[in-house]
Design a protein around this ligand. Structure first.
Ligand code: PHE
Length: 338
């Protein structure tokens, strides 16, 4: 009859349509129920035929309902576990090099071109390598608890502390080998300072050492001049101011013309047009003798710079704390840099 065709061709679009199908045919007031009511009224000889048709019809409706219901259920749960391969991909988050790593790499590349090797040493140092061999007098203020993180008192080579500069690596190098030496020492150093925009309890240095026969202050100046032209660009000016370090004599601090304001005055150069970027000098003969190098035969120069200071200048970063906070918004800005 008409209903058989309707049932066979029924295709619900959603769960509501399937439910109204159930109510229409199989519900307590549904068509099948009505037909069974009608069945009671037919004559007994018709009952055999009508009953058979009616039962088949009922089974058809129930079977159809059952398969549709099962189909919609597996479809629902299936959509969660099955991937829709036509969806666009999510893409990978690309990392960025840390600005300090970028600048360290750049500094190393420049000195490599001049024939400098790269040397490393321990961050936990003894007094000898960090201070005594470098000609620090016993009562020098840099040894004070204020600057140095001490780890252990006493020991064969004195107190154990976190190195305050990578000059300790220079000592290790001089002790271990024979001149000539030409190397730079990048690394992390520690100083007991209150953390602020301009100071931190750790920072990074690149120090350099060149020892050979007849090395002069002119060699030092030329090397640093070349370095600054490479790093900050052609035309960057340098100036040397007399200074003091226990391990160099004479000693100097080197300023460069401010790469940010080009001399017009800014916060980085404090309106002076110059920014200090490193300390340097001729290796004190006492240091050479301390490490068993003949100070009559050999001379040398040394220099040391803070990577943070140079990175601040290169990228106009005003707060040191940004380097160690791991704020993704800060770090992401270096994504385009190599
Ligand atoms: N070691 C010095 C410092 O940490 C820097 C320096 C290195 C100065 C070599 C002169 C020569 O401040």
């Amino acid at each position: 009859n008409q209903y058989t065709a309707e049932i066979n061709s029924f295709q619900p679009k959603n769960a509501e349509e399937l439910e109204s199908f159930r109510i229409r045919f199989l519900g307590t007031k549904g068509i099948i129920k009505d037909l069974f009511e009608e069945f009671k009224t037919v004559s007994s000889e018709d009952k055999r035929v009508f009953g058979k048709v009616l039962n088949e019809f009922k089974q058809l409706a129930e079977a159809k309902y059952q398969t549709l219901k099962e189909g919609s259920e597996t479809e629902d749960s299936g959509s969660k576990s099955e991937q829709d391969l036509t969806l666009p991909g999510e893409g990978f988050e690309l990392g960025a090099r840390h600005p300090l790593s970028l600048v360290r790499k750049e500094i190393i590349e420049i000195f490599k071109k001049l024939g400098f090797n790269v040397a490393e040493g321990p961050e936990v140092e003894d007094d000898w390598h960090n201070f005594s061999a470098l000609n620090f007098p016993e009562e020098h203020p840099a040894r004070d608890m204020q600057d140095t993180f001490f780890i252990k008192k006493g020991g064969e080579k004195g107190d154990i502390a976190l190195r305050t500069h990578t000059s300790s690596v220079q000592v290790r190098m001089m002790e271990a080998g024979k001149p000539p030496f030409r190397a730079i020492m990048p690394g992390r150093v520690y100083r007991n300072e209150a953390i602020s925009a301009r100071a931190h309890c750790f920072f990074h240095q690149v120090e350099g050492l060149y020892i050979d026969e007849n090395v002069s202050f002119a060699d030092l100046k030329q090397t640093l001049f070349y370095f600054v032209q490479e790093l900050f660009g052609e035309g960057t000016k340098v100036r040397f101011r007399p200074s003091y370090f226990p391990f160099t004599e004479p000693s100097a601090e080197m300023d460069i013309s401010c790469s940010i304001c080009k001399g017009d005055g800014c916060q980085f150069c404090k309106h002076s047009g110059w920014v200090e970027i490193l300390g340097c000098g001729m290796v004190d003969p006492n240091v050479l003798e301390n490490t068993n190098i003949d100070s009559k035969k050999y001379t040398g120069y040394a220099f040391g710079m803070g990577i943070e200071r140079i990175t601040n200048l290169k990228y106009q970063i005003k707060d040191l704390r940004l380097f160690s906070e791991n704020d993704i918004r800060f770090l992401k800005q270096f994504q385009s840099e190599m």
